[in-house]
Design a protein around this ligand. Sequence first.
Ligand SMILES: Cc1ncc(C[n+]2csc(CCOP(=O)(O)OP(=O)(O)O)c2C)c(N)n1
Length: 600
Amino acid sequence: MSETVADFVLHRLREWGVEHVFGYAGDGINGLLAAWERAEDPPMFVQSRHEEMSAFQAVGYAKFTGRTGFCVATSGPGAIHLLNGLYDAKLDHVPVVAIVGQTNRSAMGGHYQQEVDLISLYKDVAAEYCQMVTVPEQLPNVLDRAIRIATSQRTVTAVIIPADVQELEYSPPGHEFKMVPSSLDMSQSPPVPPDSELQRAAALLNAGEKVAMLIGQGSRGAAAEVIEVADLLGAGVAKALLGKDVLSDELPWVTGSIGLLGTRPSYELMRDCDTLLVVGSSFPYTQFLPEFDQARAVQIDVDPRMVGLRYPFEVNLVGDATETLRRLLPLLARKEDRGWRATVERNVSRWWEVMQRRAATKADPINPELVFHALSSRLPSDAIITADSGSSANWYARHVKMRGTMRGSLSGTLATMGPGVPYVIGAKFGCPDRPCYALVGDGAMQMNGINELITIAKYWKQWADPRLVVAVLHNNDLNQVTWELRAMEGSPSFLPSQQLPDFPYAGYAASLGLRGIKVDDPKEVGAAWDEALAADRPCLLEFVTDPAVPPIPPHATLEQIKSTVTSFVKGDADRWGMVKEGVRSKLAEVIPGTSSDPSP
Ligand SMILES: Cc1ncc(C[n+]2csc(CCOP(=O)(O)OP(=O)(O)O)c2C)c(N)n1
């Protein structure tokens, strides 16, 4: 049988070294599915429960492997379902190629079943490249460019292939007028700034006395250079959430996360510095950066479209983080006065004590901070961790100490609920020998996670290492938003929107043949983590946690907490609990011994 367009798609993906495509079936891609049936793996077709999950899996795969993710869906509803996951990729600068079906060319424009104007629909999410293949000769060029652009621009691209085109006999572009042949292979040569720009940056950094660094995911792979620069400048280093795993939290001058979910020492670092060096981060919350007239600032980013944002930087260097820092290093003078460094280190060490105390603060029944604190020291040094949007992102940001080769991520920019579980599924296909943890709220679990447990049950036996732990914070509340409502509106929570129906998470996991453990006693938290990691199969840990433990922002004072909490003692069912827990957590920062240490 001759090669069809669909056969060629798989053939070309194989030539690009693609090993996994995350997708869901439908007649808009029947030609592709039939080709998959004929073909030998790779690429492997990984089936989810919903196309949005396929997109999230592709994003998780790409985030944790550093490779480009691929997802596939049928026309109309399938392509629509992919969108949220694709936006997650686009906003977090993750390379993902979406291949979607379309109705037959003969039906287009006829208000046909499942016909949606996909070029228009994908125009924004795949703004860098979105093309429909209408004749076979167009294919290699369109597919190759979609892969090259997604990979080099770290963005989303889309290839739309009508169902009838998939079944046409493949015919390559010729050596002719209006034919566009294509080829494989691509080399990446990251940009480096010119010497004159590096000298300007170095002069500014050398002139400062109290240097703060902020690093993001763009500094991945540059940890050694960041450490050297920070040492020379006597700087403290804060991390944007997507860059949390770039640098170990065991370094005494790493202040941890920054922002609303960040740490107190990061807040203090920015509040008190006189010089700022941002490397590979587009951290959006300007209010957590120094005052505009307080610090002179340099930014380094690989993408010329992303420099000069968020702060009045004096020097904007366009360059790869590793190469740029390497070239900057010989131009930097070592700061002999180490007083600022010592202050940063004191703040950091105090913060970790506070975290210990906060985790040990009493709650009913389990303090979610205890759950994350107990996990942190138990994590294998090669663990992959995801957190979902919700209060778990707070506790992940503050309590999980990165070390070794640990990796971690969440939906940093779109901040969508729901990727926690599908991200780790993507990770398990990309890095099957690493232990994975998804840290998820019960709302996110009910939104997506429960269904994707079925996907885990379907595939886990194929993974070299079955260790995958899904931890659910069972608080029957959309807690993060409940707290936002309370803080912003000063109103009691609106139960019809915030309260969640109960669900037996651990029991459900067990019914799928996975391990399921329910924990409602704080004394059992540590042992449960150990048991989950030792299990011979993926394990769901259901922690019954207290929704009254507030995710306190790093800059809040005890007085602010007291007045905020008391201001909404108006109608909340758990109002007295909140007052108690909020004040208690804040007190744990200032007064040792406000806890009843339940020994994690
Ligand atoms: C798709 C989507 N819908 C809604 C939101 C708004 N939102 C952010 S966090 C959150 C609550 C999450 O609740 P849950 O998963 O139960 O975690 P908790 O905060 O209770 O730990 C909501 C509704 C969002 N970010 N994404």
